[in-house]
Each structure stands twice: as C-alpha cells, then as structure tokens.
Design a protein around this ligand. Structure first.
Ligand code: ASP
Ligand code: MG
Length: 403
C-alpha cells in the first residue's frame, strides 16, 4: 500500500519522539508499504516563531511570516530524514515546493490549488521514504506560503489525494474518535469506523484530533483517513465514505457544543423580507447562525429565536440594536447559559424513532428542550447548560453506546 503518515507537533515534540516516529515509519516500510511522511513543527515551535516576529512588529509582512513559520516544519522533516538514513533507509526530505504543492497567494492562510505528484511518485518508485514539511506550499510566483494554523493535516490529506494513497494516517496524542467525550462519560468507546459526514457533525469530538477542513478535503478527494496515537499501537478510527461502512449504527456519537448562545426576538414586524434583513445583517457582521425558530404571534408580529456561537454574541447584539432602534423588533433577550447536544448517526436515515428516543431521554431526566433541529443524520437539542453533562451521559446510555 501507499500510506501517508502525518505526525503532529506533540508526536515530534523532542528528539526522542522524532526517533520514535522514525521507528514507526521504519516498521511500516518493513511491512512492505511505500510511505510519505508529513510532519508538523515540534510542539510550541510555531508559536515561538510567531513571538519572534511580534518582537519586531505588531503587524509583520505576511510574506515574511510565511517565510519564518514554514521553517519549523523544515527542521522536523530534515531531522526525521537524517534519523531514517542513519537507520539504513533511503529517505529524503522535501519542502512544500519540492513536493510540488502550489497554493494561491493568500499568505498565512493559503489554499492548495494543485499538487504536481511527480517528484513524490518518482522518489517512491525509487524505493525512497519521503518526508514532507507540512503546512506549506509556494504560490505561482514561487514565494513560500503557509496554510493556516494546524494546516499540516491539510498537507497530508492533499498529498494523499494527489498521489492516490490507500491510506492517510494522522498521528496525534489521542487514539481516535470516541462515542462521546470520555471526560464526561468514562464508558465512551473508541469508534472503529465513521463516515465523513458523521465526523463533520461530531466536530466537537474530533476537534483536538482533526480540523474540519481536513475532513472536508478528505471527503472531496475520497481519501481514507485514520486518526491514531503515535504513543501506542492501538488501532485508530477510520474515517471513510459511508458505502465502506457495512454495519451502520443508529447513533455513532453524542456531541456537545457549549459555545452557544440564544437570541430571542419578540414583536418582529411581519413583512416580507424581514428575515432576509435580520439574517443578512448578521451574516454581513460575520455572525454564524445555527438554529432558527420563527413563530407567529396573534398580534400580527412574529418571534424569532436563533442560536449563535457564544463568542459572537456581542456582534449579534450590535446588529439587533439597529432593529430595536428602527422599531422593527420590540424586544430582545439573550441567553448565554445554553448548550447544544447532538446525536449523530447515518443509521437514522433508514430508521424511525431515533429522535423520539432522544426526546424521551430528556423527558425522563426532566430536562427542558428549548430548541430542536434535525438533519438526515443528526438531531440537535438546545438545553440549559447546567444539564449538559447529564444529557450527554443519559443519551450515551439510551443508545447503548457503551456496548
Ligand atoms: N505548525 C503549524 C501550527 O502549529 C501547523 C501544524 O502543526 O499543523 O499551526
Ligand atoms: Mg494539529
């Protein structure tokens, strides 16, 4: 098989750990696989470099920031290659440029536009191990760019897609994706497999493991992703397309999002275009809206309740003020003490009663559900934040996720 193995900052955090990574890569190669390794900078290194730049300027040139930050990954790539050569392997390190990664020109937040796989496929054919510096590419003008913080996952997924790898393994200090946060429910189980769409919905469970952008890219390029720990031999979680998952569980996991706030507008003037005006203004101010409930009152006005990320509540307030001022809304209340609990599973598509069970579970615990939203593979409920953990635990139990 052709395997891309990506190691994050903690996995290459010091020289001993880089040696561990070398051993793991060596083992994979000895099993007969062709390996492209993608590395992050040693943990803390990128932040240190950011600090260096800020020592001289509060607003450093983005081109220079990219030049600077991209060096962290080059250090690890070179060291890992040296370690592998010392062990008798033929390894070669590559910068983003040498690996053929071309991005747009948006410095510090570049997007990969294309990858010329030739330099990598040729080196693989010659039996070499390739170690690519993650998080970076070059723009058309040949300047170094970086992909945004945490971007070496993206490098790995894009490379796996470009060379047609069978597998893209993302190594971190967590051994996979769990049915829920084990700190809340200790009986949470590691999932063997999960679909891309479920993973995207369970973002809060994978947040420390994988960027959503990487999962989206893996889905688009049809890359089989595995997240696993570089500190153990435990098998990780495979994130793949739904067709590859034979036994579809009704519910795969329970996600909790505490960064939620609720805005309730009353006495909203009932005229065509009002929703467009309110939500258009919120969008223009970069407020992300999640759930929306509109109900019509008897006096001809309507109520609109919606949720926003808690850290965007002040921006939302500013927008709402304008509608209060021009009297298109009579009253607004804000509640930051809420959270969103979601049950996610592809099996819901073909089964009934999954949502009803979630509601019954909340009822049995006497937890009031303030808002509900559903999609094909998800049921989300907004509840009082003080019940967050209880809700997660009872749902986990109700769907027997510990079994
Ligand atoms: N070193 C970069 C960062 O810390 C990229 C990465 O680790 O993925 O953001
Ligand atoms: Mg990372």
């Amino acid at each position: 098989m052709v395997i891309v193995q990506k190691f994050g900052g903690t996995s290459v955090g010091d020289l001993d750990r880089i040696q561990n990574v070398a051993n793991r890569v060596a083992k994979t190669v000895k099993e007969g696989h062709q390996v492209v390794v993608v590395v992050s900078a040693m943990s803390g290194e990128t932040n240190k470099l950011v600090g260096y730049a800020e020592h001289f300027s509060a607003n450093p040139q983005r081109e220079e920031v990219d030049m600077l930050l991209s060096s962290g990954e080059r250090v690890t790539a070179a060291l890992l290659s040296i370690a592998l050569n010392e062990m008798g392997f033929d390894a070669t390190s590559m910068t983003g440029r040498r690996a053929g990664i071309v991005t747009d020109a948006v410095h510090t937040k570049a997007r990969i536009e294309r990858i010329d796989p030739m330099p990598m496929t040729e080196a693989l054919a010659e039996g070499r191990i390739i170690v690519v510096a993650g998080f970076q590419g070059v723009n058309e003008a040949g300047q170094v760019t970086t992909l945004g913080r945490g971007g070496s996952d993206l490098s790995a997924v894009a490379i796996a897609g470009a060379i047609g790898a069978d597998l893209c393994e993302i190594y971190t200090d967590v051994d996979g994706i769990y049915t829920t946060d084990p700190r809340i429910e200790p009986s949470a189980k590691k999932l063997d497999k999960i679909s891309y769409d479920e993973m995207l919905e369970l973002a809060s469970l994978g947040a420390k493991v994988l960027q959503n952008r990487s999962v989206e890219l893996a889905k688009k390029l049809n890359v089989n992703l595995v997240t696993r720990s570089s500190f153990s031999d435990a098998e990780g979680t495979l994130i793949t397309k739904e067709e590859n998952i034979m036994e579809k569980p009704l519910v795969s996991g329970i996600a909790l999002d505490r960064n939620q706030a609720r805005v309730a507008l009353d006495g909203v003037v009932n005229r065509p275009g009002i929703a467009s005006d309110i939500f258009g203004a919120l969008a223009k101010n970069n407020v992300n809206i999640d759930m929306i409930i509109q109900t019509s009152g008897h006096d001809g006005s309507t109520s609109m309740d919606f949720t926003v990320p808690q850290n965007e509540i002040n921006d939302a307030k500013k927008v709402v003020e304008e509608f209060l001022a021009n009297k298109e809304v009579t009253d607004a209340t804000y509640d930051e003490g809420i959270c969103k609990v979601s049950i996610v599973g592809v099996g819901m598509k073909s089964h009934t009663g999954v949502a009803a069970k979630a509601f019954a579970t909340m009822a049995a615990e006497n937890i009031n559900i303030q808002m509900i939203s559903t999609s094909e593979i998800k049921v989300s409920m907004v509840i009082d934040d003080k019940y967050a953990e209880l809700a997660v635990r009872s749902l986990h139990n109700a769907y027997e996720l510990d079994k």
